[in-house]
Design a binder for this molecule. Sequence first.
Ligand SMILES: [Fe+2]
Ligand SMILES: [Fe+2]
Length: 193
Amino acid sequence: MIQTQLKELLLQSLVHELGGVLVYRTALECVVNDDLREEWEKYLAQTQKHVALLTAACQALGLDPGELTPGCQVVQHTGKSLVVAMKMALAAGDPAAAQIVACEAVMLAETKDHADWELIGECAKALDGEAAAALQTAYDEVEDQEDEHLYHTQGWCRELWLQSLGLKAVLPPPEEKRDVKSAAEAQAAREAR
Ligand SMILES: [Fe+2]
Ligand SMILES: [Fe+2]
């Protein structure tokens, strides 16, 4: 494995989780639906834990968790952009619209979050010794949560949009009710709605 890219992946993932904390804090200012607020409060707490797990994993691999590579600066910028987008929507004064913007911001953030951890899992498999153990421990704790963050949020986005269009919406979304934890289960939940 190319060690410089492993370092890049881990540091970007950490910056992205840190941005995720800010995304959830802002999304919670936008949320209207009580079930969604409860979800996001849970996801915020889990994201804070992911920051701690990745910080420890970076340290175990001899990396400086505070290092901001050019790639990390881009990731940080993208996270801040999502926060700015939600603030814009809040300022426009339509709470239902701001909630959808927040849901989309969370979905975008969780798409990279999910992808990052999928790659971290691949790296854990390819490494050996202490480095492999450090990444695998973090991955095992986070993997299911990232599946839930992404697939459930996709469901919330779709149903909140349908509701706003005056079409039949299922709230909370079927992904939530079925406790979806994989792409295949998410597909089945969409098809059964
Ligand atoms: Fe995360
Ligand atoms: Fe996440």
